[in-house]
Design a protein around this ligand. Sequence first.
Ligand SMILES: Cc1cc2nc3c(=O)[nH]c(=O)nc-3n(C[C@H](O)[C@H](O)[C@H](O)COP(=O)(O)O)c2cc1C
Length: 318
Amino acid sequence: MKIADLNIPGNILLAPMSNVTNLPFRLMCRKYGASLTFSEMISADAVIYENEKTIGRGMSCEDERPLGIQIFGNSPEVMTRAALRIEDIYRPEIIDINFGCPARLLTKDGCGAALLRAPRLMHDIVKKLSDEINTPVTAKIRILKSMEKTLEIAHLIESAGASAITVHGRTRQQQYSGKANHEYVKKIKQELSIPVIANGDIIDEISAQSILDHTECDGIMIGRAAMGNPFLFRRISHNLETGEMLEHNEFMQRISDLREYFDLLEEYGLMHTVNIKAQAQWFTRGMRNGRHIRRNIADAENIEDIFQNFHNMRTHSE
Ligand SMILES: Cc1cc2nc3c(=O)[nH]c(=O)nc-3n(C[C@H](O)[C@H](O)[C@H](O)COP(=O)(O)O)c2cc1C
């Protein structure tokens, strides 16, 4: 897939997710085949006011390229100043604008999905950023109930200068309930010339293939299904390339991924930013003996305890 002049080595993207897609997690997704990864969303206001913690969310490294950094805000001027600052510090390949977050924390200030109701302002934000920064600008939206209005917004984003658009097939009101509707993204793909990426409910090899086939989109973006399961990118890439399901030992894979993730958190000095037990629960979600595993994690005193329990479980099951 090509976004502006940038060659993306594939078409499976990791979604931006706050408190999830930190650098160690993104590195693991890349290792397993994510073609493009996005930072957690960054507040344009916080960047302007030099909030160190917020700015740190854009931290990356050479192994991660290409990198997308996502920002949110409600003012074309402030967002452009923030984007220029981010360009300066991190030199990302893409700057993405959040027009989809339904959380009240953002929408009460007219940011995220609230902007879907202010198409003129959306246009001005995309246009000013596209005109004034060197990095390609992309946008991530949710759908509106009306297909016609959703298409209008997609066209407006394209005409304002965006280099690609990602469409999460749920409305702001749906939050995360119901099923993502990919008819909207299919229609947007038919009408726009820029790359269009489908997002929502891509959870495995079968949904990835069927959404790509059905929408004929340029790429797919995976969010929740990758939480605690970066190996999903390897499984899906393998399946798209060969048509086969990848043989693997789910238990051993998840445990070694969790270990690697903790090692990377340590390496980048980010261990204090995550809840260790919650992360361990994510990495073991959906595994056999789930209740037993969850109890062991809850009772563990430290990281080594967690892994000792996994080791014991493995020995008993052999
Ligand atoms: C914990 C969490 C945090 C998220 N944070 C962001 C964010 O920072 N920016 C954004 O555009 N979307 C965010 N999203 C939405 C996802 O990027 C994605 O659009 C949504 O989860 C639908 O895709 P999925 O069905 O593959 O999860 C977040 C979702 C979750 C579950």
